[in-house]
Design a binder for this molecule. Structure first.
Ligand code: NAD
Length: 290
């Protein structure tokens, strides 16, 4: 396929490289000067989009996505797929999809989980909103860039799935960390705590697969000085998107709200920026109730 790829950052560059390696004709564009193996460079986003079967965007936020969509939609040929893999607010995803739809394109919002490692290894998971026709057309690309894709329904539903999942993740990580900190204060050994919880009703992905306590459970960023992994500021971004969506849809999300406030404090006022989101554990460890 002829693919335009806009946004060749930490995630976009390895995704574009994997598509080129699989034999697709990939033309890339980024505001910054970036060279990616096998990907030719366009001078503008519109140039990268011209004549493409699929235009992929991997950008920082909804405002930038809206601006880039304004440039690429008029340049795209009817029936082409506009595939946004960024994590953005549901409203921006739906607004861009409506514009693309009106221009005779097939819009998809397909945020990913799996991080930079997953992008490099081609093992991302895609959560996809948009038409069945668009999803079917993009499926071979999901299979190249990732190992799993789930079609979640209409436009915006990919973003909805992503922020709901990550709201659970943020809340659960905090719960796991504060429980470890309480266990410490009660004199309960961390290994015993893990052995019980990981096989009891408190188990979760954060405890069983990504344990925030160093030296306990399978290898995780806690075993590597809390180098991300999944950085606390990216968790904060997703929690903010979840609360923006909750406000817009009048959903009551008190724990999502509390998790956002805690990560905000951790990233903006404490030492959380640049650390893995599981570094909440050393944060709780140092504190008392006051
Ligand atoms: P990044 O900042 O490394 O990359 C974004 C790229 O977009 C940059 O290279 C930037 O120059 C480019 N860009 C910005 N404005 C542009 C414009 N107007 N035109 C063209 N290019 C422009 O970010 P990233 O880590 O690659 O993340 C991209 C998206 O993926 C974000 O929405 C992020 O939330 C999401 N995401 C990231 C991760 C992760 O672990 N990094 C995991 C899952 C999802």
């Amino acid at each position: 396929m002829k693919i335009g790829f806009i946004g060749l950052g930490n995630m976009g560059a390895p995704m574009a490289r994997n598509l080129a390696q699989a034999g697709h004709d990939v033309t890339g564009y980024d505001m910054a000067t970036v060279t990616v193996d096998g990907v030719s460079n366009a001078r503008t986003a519109a140039e990268a989009a011209t004549g493409a079967d699929v235009v992929i965007t991997m950008l920082p936020n909804g405002d930038i996505l809206r601006a880039v969509a304004g440039q690429v939609i008029p340049a795209m040929q009817k029936g082409a797929v506009l595939l946004d893999c960024s994590t953005v607010d549901v409203e921006s995803a739906r607004a861009v999809a409506a514009d693309a739809d009106a221009a005779g394109l097939l819009p998809l919002d397909a945020p990913v989980s799996g991080g930079v490692g997953g992008a490099a290894a081609g093992t991302l998971t895609f959560m996809v909103g948009g038409s069945e026709a668009g999803y079917t057309k993009a499926l071979p690309l999901f299979e190249t860039m990732g190992q799993k894709s789930v079609h979640c329904g209409a436009s915006g539903n990919g973003q909805a799935a992503k922020i709901c999942n990550n709201m659970i993740l943020g809340v659960t990580m905090i719960a796991t960390c504060e429980a470890f900190a309480l266990a410490d204060k009660l004199g309960l050994d961390r290994q015993a705590m893990f052995d019980v919880v990981s096989t009891s009703s408190g188990y979760s992905w954060t405890m069983n697969a990504y344990c925030p306590a160093p030296g306990i459970g399978p290898k995780s960023p806690a075993d590597n000085g809390y180098i991300p992994g999944f950085a606390a500021e990216l968790m904060l971004k997703d929690l903010r998107l979840s609360q923006q969506a909750a406000e817009a849809s009048d959903a009551d999300t008190p724990l999502g709200q509390a998790a956002m406030a805690l990560y905000e404090q951790f990233v903006e006022e404490e030492d959380g920026k640049g650390r893995d989101f599981s570094a909440m554990l050393p944060r709780f460890e140092k504190r008392g109730r006051g």
